[in-house]
Design a protein. Structure first.
Length: 133
């Protein structure tokens, strides 16, 4: 028998054990725990729901337990769709660049108009001051 056999320091926290137990049983066990928490006392259900969202317990998982996320750069296997998607993304990027250039020209034109208006008012004030003197 070892010195660390079953001391309180070596036993995991009951919440850690409960989380591991629910993780072994899957997503539906978490949902059942949340529903039971709402039935028993609504703040407990709300706390379980918040923890599930925080830990991303709703996300589908692969066989190794990693959260599944689709790869953005990987093809679908359908050559026609991949070509269409690449062309559409290229076209959208071109349109976005053209729109940003348009907005830049629009801002520059507005700034120039405001500056010209300021200079006109300034010269009018200077003319009025000279006429008054």
């Amino acid at each position: 028998m070892t010195a660390f056999a079953d001391t309180p320091a070596t036993r995991p926290n009951p919440l850690v054990r409960a989380e591991a137990w629910l993780d072994r049983r899957g997503r539906f066990a978490w949902i059942a725990a949340m529903v039971a928490g709402f039935i028993a006392f609504w703040p407990v259900g709300l706390a379980v729901l918040g923890y599930m969202l925080w830990q991303n317990k709703f996300a589908p998982r692969s066989s190794d337990g990693a959260v599944w996320r689709p790869a953005a750069g990987r093809g679908t296997g359908n050559a026609a769709f991949d070509a269409y998607r690449a062309e559409t993304l290229r076209r959208l990027e071109d349109e976005q660049a053209a729109f940003e250039a348009f907005l830049k020209r629009l801002r520059e034109a507005r700034d120039k108009a405001e500056f010209d208006q300021f200079m006109d008012e300034r010269s009018r004030r200077a003319d009025d001051a000279d006429a008054a003197a």
